[in-house]
Ligand binder design. Structure first.
Ligand SMILES: *[C@@H]1O[C@H](CO)[C@@H](O)[C@H](O)[C@H]1NC(C)=O
Ligand SMILES: *[C@@H]1O[C@H](CO)[C@@H](O)[C@H](O)[C@H]1NC(C)=O
Ligand SMILES: *[C@@H]1O[C@H](CO)[C@@H](O)[C@H](O)[C@H]1NC(C)=O
Length: 843
């Protein structure tokens, strides 16, 4: 019944309104999303508020939409705000918020629904010249024969199967999904449905028709059951669908899971509001198993955008209730903004623990220059680059497409492999799938300097995640996989920092120690994801970068400096995610290091942070489900035992590790003289004060955990004698300094040992420099400085004989920059000119 009302809502509101910008506002009403007490009927609330009940929001139990005449809706908004404030006050005072006679207390949460927006972008830059520049190499005859044998054994007569190198690559053996062996074992996707959440699915295509799953399909843009592509460029979803579920027949090629079903959920062809988006990603979630999403906020290197609370709740709802509680599988394309310094941790969809983030690798095994890196990236799958792209189905009865690319094409291939794993082992939960990805991905380009070896023995790279998807081992492992126990989590208290962030090479360190007892109390066993939620005040967001260092010394680059990001805000309750610590021991000291690499007029303050460890429960029988996410709340009660402390610490005197915008700054001396160091005195003073606080906090605090914050400063020595601090404080400082130096030296030794086989061993390299090597390597295009440039050169060489525009072509010079990016997906022109600004920015 809930489901029916959801449909009715969608049909009623979106129907007949497709041409308008705000489908929900046609009758001049405002809309509100309310989360109600389970015992309270929405009709009752409607009467109480004088509002109209519009229906349940998708599959979100107890979440309903209400409408109110626009000219009076400010009254309702004020009333709802008032309820929120009251609730907050009572929660703060420790009162039981649930126990109250006030009927308005049945409203647990509310939000006015913003008008529909077009904020999601498809993720397919056209490798427009790929076809023209196709490699001239000829495969070995034996490889051609092997391909033919497979096709005839499996009865594949699809005309473009032989061009589908991502399924079987005769030219670069091994550079494919390694899927044919699993087909030969009879695993072809039976019984699994993948919903392609996109701009439609051409169910009239002869290649898709046999596998089209109408029941799981819906058009949220037009309001109707058929996700038919209607706009001229509604081709993306069909192409993605073909990668997964193109039938084995006489049309085009085959999908990775060619006996699985595909559903189309159309959301990208018109502005959409959070209610519809939340409904879309839970649509028919007992029948749709996988949601393949090749889109996200714009990849311009300047945007930091996350789904709204309703959508976040729908994702949690999906993993908790979808597939009969085993969890919907969300697969997201990592993003195509790497050339603009973008990073998938600035995208709240890809950095969700509930999504599998998939980057790209090309047919020669190179890293495509568009594919974003980040600590939340789980795996890579094949896509465009090195002169070719993905060959798949297109819109039309018998149309094929040979130029599908970007991370948009990588995501669905990974989704297809998940479909195979689920068809072999339907009882896998959403977390089992992530484990299987982690355990069976194959590291690539292992000598490129981007890999860290984890305590688990696995390797992780911010560029490649755990490696490329290998379907054969994925499905095989799935067949015998011991299902994981439910998810447990440990949440740290809010950790107060309130300290100015020094500019330049210094880092502001804040530490928190997790104890075995805390994890025991949290029923926490094996570590999976780590998330860090931060508040930083800053007048230029792109200057900031953040690292997370684990007790075992593994580094996650949670955030990187983005020179295009000029937003005069810092991070407001932003949550970064890392999969790099998967399987690590969680007990010990976790350190967040915030840097502002740019010495300029833009500065900021690290306010506070908290972090979450997500993993497997020790005792599955007692473990409950995580509550639905809530919205940002400024109220961060700091616990006495967790007062952050500040101390000064010398940083290495070599290169500025955090400069990631060498475009403008590579010539700038990275070491400022002490007299040029305006921030030093202001750093010193608060540090001194903070020290007093920590001494107090430490003695008063529990032994269970503590936090500390340290500023690293090149020029401490020049300040030491006149430090102005009390003797006790100075002793404390020097003692801390000593310990931290020892720690750094130890870490430096550790890294040197790890990196002995690296290309260059600079005797002046130290810990900080080593650290930044990895960072640079995440930004292959950012630097003319030593390693960075070599790395860039390697990447360019990967595309030898091709120019940049082949991978990322643009021809609308007159359009504003963001529009150009916004339009990247669907250009089929063979002729294009490189954006000259792109080229200049790379130098
Ligand atoms: C690829 O599949 C074959 C079986 O077809 C298997 O023997 C091989 O191990 C797989 N490759 C990897 C890297 O696991
Ligand atoms: C952040 O900066 C703004 C503007 O400078 C200021 O008004 C605000 O108080 C700051 N917040 C904190 C927590 O420092
Ligand atoms: C320690 O901190 C507590 C709480 O902030 C405060 O009440 C107490 O006076 C402090 N003690 C000292 C010795 O500063």
């Amino acid at each position: 019944m809930r489901f029916v009302s959801g449909i009715a809502l969608a049909v009623g509101l979106a129907g007949a309104a497709s041409a308008t910008i705000h489908p929900r506002s046609q009758d001049s009403r405002d809309f509100f999303a309310l989360h109600l007490d389970t015992a309270t009927s929405p009709d009752h609330v409607a009467r109480m508020l004088g509002a109209r009940h519009e229906g349940q929001i998708g599959q979100l139990t107890d979440h309903h939409t209400f409408s109110f005449p626009r000219d009076q809706s400010s009254d309702l908004a004020a009333l709802l705000d008032n309820i929120k404030t009251k609730r907050k006050v009572r929660r703060r005072s420790g009162e039981n918020v649930a126990r109250s006679a006030d009927p308005l207390d049945s409203i647990l949460w509310s939000q006015k629904i913003a008008p529909p927006r077009q904020r999601l972008q498809k993720r397919a830059p056209p490798p427009s010249e790929a076809i023209a520049r196709r490699l001239n190499d000829v495969p070995e005859k034996s490889a051609i024969d092997a391909q033919s044998d497979i096709a005839s054994t499996l009865g594949i007569s699809d005309p473009i199967f032989k061009e589908q190198w991502h399924l079987f690559n005769p030219l670069q053996p091994g550079h494919d999904l390694n899927v044919t062996g699993i087909w030969l074992e009879g695993v072809t996707g039976h019984g699994v449905v993948t919903a392609i959440v996109d701009d439609g699915l051409d169910f009239d295509s002869n290649d898709l028709k046999p596998n089209y799953f109408a029941e799981g399909s819906y058009d949220f843009n037009e309001g109707g059951p058929e996700p038919r592509p209607l706009l001229i460029d509604d081709k993306h979803g069909t192409r993605c669908s073909g990668e997964i579920g193109a039938a084995k027949n006489d049309y085009c090629g085959v999908g990775v899971a060619y006996d699985s079903k595909v559903a189309g959920i159309r959301i990208l062809s018109a502005p959409i509001d959070d209610v519809d988006e939340a409904a879309a990603i839970n649509y028919e979630f007992q029948k749709n198993d996988i949601y393949s999403c090749s889109w996200g906020p714009i990849d311009d290197g300047a945007t930091m955008d996350a789904p709204g609370v309703l959508i976040k709740r729908a994702m949690v709802n999906g993993v908790q209730k979808g597939r009969d509680g085993k969890g919907s599988i969300f697969v997201f394309a990592a993003g195509n903004g790497a050339q603009y310094g973008d990073n998938c941790n600035f995208d709240g969809y890809t950095n969700s623990i509930y999504s599998i983030t998939v980057g790209a690798i090309d047919r020669q095994g190179s890293h495509p220059s568009y594919s974003e890196s980040c600590s939340a990236q789980l795996v890579v799958a094949y896509s465009s680059g090195s002169g070719d792209a993905i060959h798949t189905t297109d819109v039309g009865a018998n149309s094929c497409y040979s130029n599908h690319g970007g991370t948009s094409a990588a995501g669905p291939l990974a989704a297809g492999t998940v479909a195979l794993a689920l068809s072999a082992r339907p009882e896998l939960t959403w977390r089992d799938i992530q484990y299987l990805m982690v355990e069976t991905a194959v590291p690539v380009s292992e000598t490129d300097g981007s890999w860290q070896t984890l305590p688990s023995g696995r390797k992780f790279s911010h560029d490649w995640g755990f490696g490329k998807v290998d379907t054969y081992s994925l499905v095989h492992k799935a067949q015998t996989w011991e299902l994981v126990k439910p998810q447990a989590w440990y949440t740290s208290p809010w950790l107060r920092v309130h300290h100015n962030i020094p500019q330049g090479s210094q880092g502001l360190l804040s530490k928190f120690t997790v104890t075995a007892d805390q994890l025991k109390d949290a029923n926490f066993g094996r570590l999976e994801h780590v998330t860090v939620t931060m508040n930083i005040n800053h007048s230029r967001r792109g200057d900031l970068s953040v690292e997370l260092r684990s007790p075992a010394g593994i580094i996650s680059y949670l955030s990187v400096a983005r020179h295009r990001d000029k937003e005069p805000v810092g991070y407001l309750d932003w949550t970064f995610m890392s999969v790099a610590h998967w399987g690590e021991p969680a007990v010990g000291e976790w350190t967040v290091i915030v840097k502002d690499s740019e010495v300029n007029d833009f500065s900021g303050e690290f306010i506070d942070w908290r972090f979450n460890l997500w993993g497997e429960a020790v005792d599955g029988t007692t473990q409950g489900l995580h509550p639905l996410p809530d919205e940002h709340d400024d109220d961060h009660p700091y616990e006495e035992a967790h007062v952050a402390t500040t101390t000064l610490e010398p940083a290495p005197s070599k290169t500025n590790p955090a400069v990631t915008n060498p475009d403008e700054h590579h010539d700038r001396p990275v070491n400022q003289k002490p007299t040029d160091q305006p921030s030093a005195p202001t750093v010193t003073q608060p540090a001194d004060e903070e020290l007093e606080v920590v001494n107090n906090g430490t003695t008063a605090g529990s032994a269970a955990s503590s936090t500390s914050t340290a500023v690293s400063d090149n020029y401490l020595s020049s300040y030491l004698p006149t430090f102005g601090a009390s003797k006790r404080t100075q002793v404390w400082i020097y003692a801390s300094l000593g310990m931290i130096i020892v720690f750094f030296i130890g870490l430096g030794v550790f890294f040197q040992l790890q990196r002995l086989k690296r290309r260059r061993t600079n005797p002046q390299d130290d810990y900080e420099f080593e650290m930044i090597e990895d960072e640079d390597e995440m930004h292959p295009m950012t630097g003319p400085g030593g390693r960075t440039q070599r790395r860039g050169g390697e990447l360019y060489n990967a595309f030898a004989g091709e120019s940049d525009e082949e991978i990322f072509s643009e021809d609308d010079e007159e359009k504003p920059y963001r529009d150009r990016l916004a339009n990247i997906p669907e250009r089929d022109d063979e002729e294009s000119s490189p954006g000259s600004h792109l080229l200049t920015e790379k130098h």
